[in-house]
Design a protein around this ligand. Structure first.
Ligand code: ASP
Ligand code: MG
Length: 411
């Protein structure tokens, strides 16, 4: 029998009624002849509540007990889903992570999946079970303790099962009907994409992270798992939602597929640093030691042996960055005149695999922004992405103008 993985997120299993609706969808796939592996999240809000309880109990909690508590939400939905499927006369059984077993490392609360042996579940399929309902987000460590995979980890569970069981597809049911060219709340012209390449999805993480845990996309890319994101609140046909797939499966790729943005960026400039070998290391070493996620970097042309170095990082890391750089100055390992932080910037990016073979995207992007009178502060590019830092107050305008300029509303 071909295998299908169907994952239902928290909003899709938020109530018994919604679990029933989800179960109906599972029944439809079973009727088509699939062996189905259903991965469930906890009911919406449940994991937050559990995390909150742990925090209230002890600020310095034992991560093993954190996992014991927060993994429990998924146990409830897995059991309920199995019961409801049985009521529908669909042979179903629930599986907690340890029963599969989904083996992880010992990094409690952020565990990585190491192996999913398929024997136990396959034996039950062979005996007539049609649906394995697996509690997402959880596994078992080499020490035999329950682990969890980090917030949003059920997506990763789902993709890992699809890879291990060589599933035909991994359908991710959520509360949006797919991946959009940009956030519809920012540009009303945003259009749902039929297909998107894994790499684009990763670059669009600022939009997509709400839809898919980034790690699940990385995993899907590595194992070539076809992912479909679709709504559990709408009637779907074979073409519903957005297919996240390999580049080769996309016949005509758009030059630009989406406009991503991130509001909470800051720009930091070190004024008058010495232009000599080792200077970048002296700056970015302490920043990395302090856990600052540096994104874009520019170094100006030197004059009289001095230069300015600019970089961007998330706004909530500015204080940490200042502390690290001033610390390095005090310790005598770094010289600069002044450190200037601009915390009112945003990053806007155009993303598309078509950029690899098409030139002129950058020029068009810059022209569009200039026509709107938007000043570009920093530019960075990769093979499939061009990003600019601009004043935050122009972010919406920039996203809308770029969405128009690249005609993303058209299929
Ligand atoms: N329930 C977990 C969370 O809320 C895992 C998941 O739903 O993906 O993070
Ligand atoms: Mg999620």
């Amino acid at each position: 029998m071909p295998t299908l993985v169907m994952k239902f997120g928290g909003t899709s299993v938020a109530t018994l009624d919604r679990i029933r609706r989800a179960a109906k969808r599972v029944g439809v796939e079973v009727a088509k002849g699939y062996d189905v592996i259903v991965i469930v999240s906890a009911m919406a809000g449940k994991t937050n509540e559990l995390v909150g309880w742990v925090g209230e109990t002890s600020p310095f909690y034992d991560a093993r007990e954190y996992d014991a508590v927060v993994s429990s939400g998924e146990n409830v939905t897995a059991g309920l889903m199995a019961l409801i499927l049985q009521e529908m006369d669909v042979p179903a059984r629930s599986w907690q992570g340890w029963q599969v077993p989904l083996k992880t490392n010992s990094a409690h609360s952020q565990a990585r999946i190491e192996e999913i042996p398929t024997e136990n579940i396959n034996t039950k399929f062979a005996e007539g079970m049609k649906v394995a309902v697996v509690a997402g987000f959880q596994g078992i460590s080499p020490e035999g303790r329950i682990t969890t995979l980090g917030r949003g980890g059920s997506d990763t569970t789902a993709v890992a099962f699809a890879a291990a069981f060589d599933a035909e597809r991994c359908d991710i049911y959520t509360d949006v009907d797919g991946v959009y060219t940009t956030d519809p709340r920012v540009s009303p012209k945003a259009r749902k994409l039929e297909k998107i390449a894994f790499e684009e999805m990763l670059e669009l993480a600022s939009l997509g992270a709400k839809v898919l845990q980034t790690r699940s996309v990385e995993l899907a890319m590595r194992y070539g798992v076809k992912l479909r994101v679709l709504s559990s609140f709408e009637e779907n046909d074979e073409t519903a939602g957005t297919l996240v797939c390999a580049e080769e499966d996309i016949m005509e790729s758009n030059v630009v597929s989406g406009i991503a943005f991130s509001r909470d960026e800051s720009k930091m400039t070190l004024i008058s640093v010495k232009d000599k070998p080792g200077i970048a290391a002296a700056i970015f070493g302490p920043l990395s030691d302090a856990g600052v996620n540096v994104d874009m970097i520019i170094q100006n042309i030197a004059e009289e042996g001095l230069t300015d170095m600019t970089f961007s990082c998330p706004t909530d890391q500015v204080k940490r960055a200042e502390k690290a750089l001033n610390g390095a100055k005090e310790a005598g390992v770094l010289e600069f005149e002044e450190l200037v932080a601009d915390t009112e910037v945003a990053k806007v990016s155009a993303v598309g695999i078509g950029m690899r073979s098409q030139s002129g995207v950058a020029a068009k992007m810059f022209k569009t922004l200039s026509d709107e009178g938007i000043n570009i502060k920093v530019i960075a590019t990769s093979e499939i992405k061009i990003s600019v830092l601009i004043d935050r107050k122009y972010m919406e305008l920039a996203v809308q103008a770029l969405h128009d300029a690249f005609e993303l509303e058209k299929a």
